[in-house]
Design a protein. Structure first.
Length: 263
């Protein structure tokens, strides 16, 4: 897979920033609690690195806990939306498989939110082992595509997704299962958490904005320039949720896997 095409369009990046769900504080509290428990003697909340940071949604919350936070992403379009001049936070263009700017055993925490599945796991895990301090933590987490509270809404969405299936680069419906199988470098010390709530209420327009934040639609549109599938889906959802004033309840299945580098 050519990762260079991931989230590279300016318009798609704008939809991503505006419509992707944010993570609640419970996620970061859970990660930090795990980090703080049984951490190594060298672990002092000095440096956290967020790989696949995008516009910084999962990077900024770490600044509450760590003295210095670095967000790393492959997409210049995403980084263009990252906040500037935030105290103790910086962003770098790069890939998780090459963290050459970090010294050996210099990092307290590495996170990868909705990014681990895109990485070359062998290369990334080697870098994680190199840069993490003894007792440091790697936390990877992801939500997969949401379910809609009404069956009719899910059926309409499934019909839309079937049309775009030729452009899927990853089966998002199996993401949660996938995270249970991915080769975390510290598998023997891994714990999985399913208690982070990701239930959201959005309008139909906001939900369509979410769909436009995924590369699948843009790849499909490139091959089918006159396609109006997303407009048809929006019209159908407006009908289904008419009595709710076009407000939909979404549930994002979520997985979090945490591991600690041996002391």
């Amino acid at each position: 897979m050519d990762k260079s095409i991931l989230y590279t369009g300016k318009e798609m990046a704008e939809y991503y920033v505006k419509y992707r769900p944010t993570y609640n504080t419970k996620l970061f509290e859970t990660i930090v609690e795990f980090y703080e428990r049984d951490k190594g003697q060298l672990c002092n909340f000095d440096l956290a690195v967020d790989v696949g940071c995008g516009p910084g949604q999962s990077t900024l919350p770490l600044a509450k806990y760590f003295n210095h936070v670095i967000g790393v992403d492959i997409s210049t379009e995403m980084l263009a939306h990252a906040p500037k001049d935030v105290d103790r936070v910086e962003f770098k263009l790069g890939v998780g498989e090459d963290l050459h700017f970090l010294q050996d055993e210099s990092v307290d925490l590495i996170t990868a939110g909705a990014a681990f599945h895109w990485l070359d796991h062998g290369k990334f895990n080697n870098e994680v082992k190199r840069v993490l301090k003894p007792g440091g933590v790697l936390a990877v987490y992801c939500y997969r595509f949401p379910t809609i509270e009404k069956d009719a809404g899910n059926e309409a969405l499934l019909e839309y997704q079937k049309k775009l299936s030729q452009c899927w680069m990853l089966d998002t419906y199996k993401m949660e299962e996938l995270y249970g199988r991915l080769p975390h470098p510290f598998a023997c010390e891994t714990r999985k958490y399913d208690g982070v709530d990701m239930t959201r209420e959005v309008t139909v327009t906001e939900f369509v904005g979410l769909l436009l934040s995924f590369h699948d639609w843009w790849l499909y549109k490139k091959d089918n320039p006159h396609a109006d599938d997303i407009q048809k889906l929006q019209a159908r959802l407006e009908e289904i949720f008419y009595e709710e004033n076009s407000v939909m309840k979404l549930t994002y299945p979520f997985g979090l896997v945490i591991g600690r580098k041996p002391l």
